[in-house]
Write a new protein. Sequence first.
Length: 244
Amino acid sequence: MHLTAPRPRGARALLHRLASDTSGLALLEFAFSMPLVLGMGMYALEAGNLALANLRVNQIALNLADNASRVGLTSPLSIQQIREWDINDVLQAARVQGSGIGLTSNGRIIISSLENVQQSYDSAPTQRIHWQRCVGLMSGTGYDSSYGTTSAAAGTDATSGNQGTPAPSGMGDPTALVNAPSGAGVMFVELNFKYKPLVTAYFVGIPRIHYVASFVVRSDKRDYAQIYNPTPAAPRSTCDKYSA
């Protein structure tokens, strides 16, 4: 005659069933690992978005400098005049290119004409920031020009009062200074953009994306006396204005 042990009852019975039940093991492991996997996925997404934003800002700066170095109205004498309309057009192109990331709402674009020419009021060729034009809402340190500024009126006429700011050392970082060739000019672009996180600022923060680009003016007969503004006059995108 065999005797069987009595079955555990109540709480002991529940614990006994749980101890022998493995049907939810995979779900439990997934629950423990999900926060780690989700965190790694969001970090990868944020890092990829930051890399893409850097690429976009870099390409916009290059395109803008290239476009600014080409534009102008060629006169019957083959002298190329640059006009406010031309500058507004290239700035509009950058605005459209950067619309997907809110470039002008969260950043600042500065075009500087770095010239090394002899004007009528000069005794010798002088390198100067002759004029600057800007677009973008951001202001202050890190967004306004880091490499030299000039007045809003500079370059609006051919007088010595609006000749711009001397820049004998050129523009740019100390280890990568840009200088204009003798008798010519360089379109120097600064682009500063406040990155907006895709998911959260916890992973990569809110960095300022900064790029510069420069192109020598393509025409060897550009008129460097001033930026012209024939009738109907175009609005001047001077750097005392902050607009998107």
